[in-house]
Design a binder for this molecule. Structure first.
Ligand code: MD3
Ligand code: FE
Length: 223
């Protein structure tokens, strides 16, 4: 179901918890452009199934663009400059995507966000992401900007300890969430995707997360 935009005025950023700002529907008007940008990236770096340390496959298929890409393999989670499938550098972060991520971060109170990595997740029905923290980035003072496209999913987030109580929020097509400050190291995950159909993506959900994988300044040059 597509709601007419004139019936749903932008409520502005909503605070989900301290540091977690929901920009409901922020990417919806230009969703076709978001999809086209991802399709262009996947022409160079197709979605693939990664394995976790220990060997179990992730149910979410992934790819990356930007100077660095997040990779899980049989040994560890880490950022790489090259795509291990092609041996080539990850596709560059398209200028349009970088500008969108920067604008979303600014709207949520984080001016000057210049991501160097964009992880792109593809969920099909049943795919999920277990509770985890994003802790492989060098600069944890930078926020993460996440953009959801296609089918809705139930997003879970808790606190700084795995055992903290978990809240649930549906992340819908076009929703953007900016996670910074005290929310940056929160445990979070995604419930198994329910079956359904979306006009742009069919029975799938895509999620883009823009990150600062490497420190903005090498340690020796910090101001
Ligand atoms: C809260 N992705 O790629 S996006 C991930 O929907 C990831 O595909 C989910 O978790 C997805 O690592 C969730 C929302 C999100 C992203 C990063 C966060 C929430 C976050 C980092 C810190 C706290
Ligand atoms: Fe995450």
């Amino acid at each position: 179901m597509t709601l007419p935009l004139f019936d749903t005025p932008d409520p502005g950023p909503q605070t989900l918890s301290p540091g977690a700002m929901l920009l409901r529907g922020w990417a919806r008007a230009q969703a076709a452009q978001w999809v086209a940008q991802v399709v262009a990236v996947t022409a160079q770096a197709p979605f693939r199934t990664m394995v976790r340390p220990g060997g179990a496959p992730l149910s979410v298929a992934m790819t990356n663009c930007g100077a660095f890409g997040w990779v899980s393999d049989a040994r560890r989670y880490h950022y790489t400059a090259t795509d291990p499938v092609s041996g080539q550098p990850w596709p560059a972060l398209p200028a349009w995507l970088r500008a969108q991520a920067q604008a979303a971060a600014a709207a949520a109170g984080h001016p000057g966000f210049v991501p160097d990595a964009c992880l792109i997740n593809r969920y099909v029905p049943g795919a999920k992401l277990s509770l985890h923290r994003d802790e492989d980035e060098a600069d944890l003072s930078a926020p993460i900007v996440s953009v959801s496209l296609g089918l809705s999913a139930t997003f879970l987030w808790g606190g700084l300890r795995r055992s903290d109580p978990v809240q649930r929020v549906p992340l819908q097509h076009g929703d953007v969430v900016v996670w910074g400050g005290p929310a940056r190291m929160a445990y979070h995950g995604v419930n198994p995707l329910k079956d359904g159909h979306h006009d742009l993506l069919g029975s799938a959900r895509w999620n883009l997360t823009f990150r600062m994988a490497r420190a903005r300044y090498p340690a020796a040059d910090r101001p």
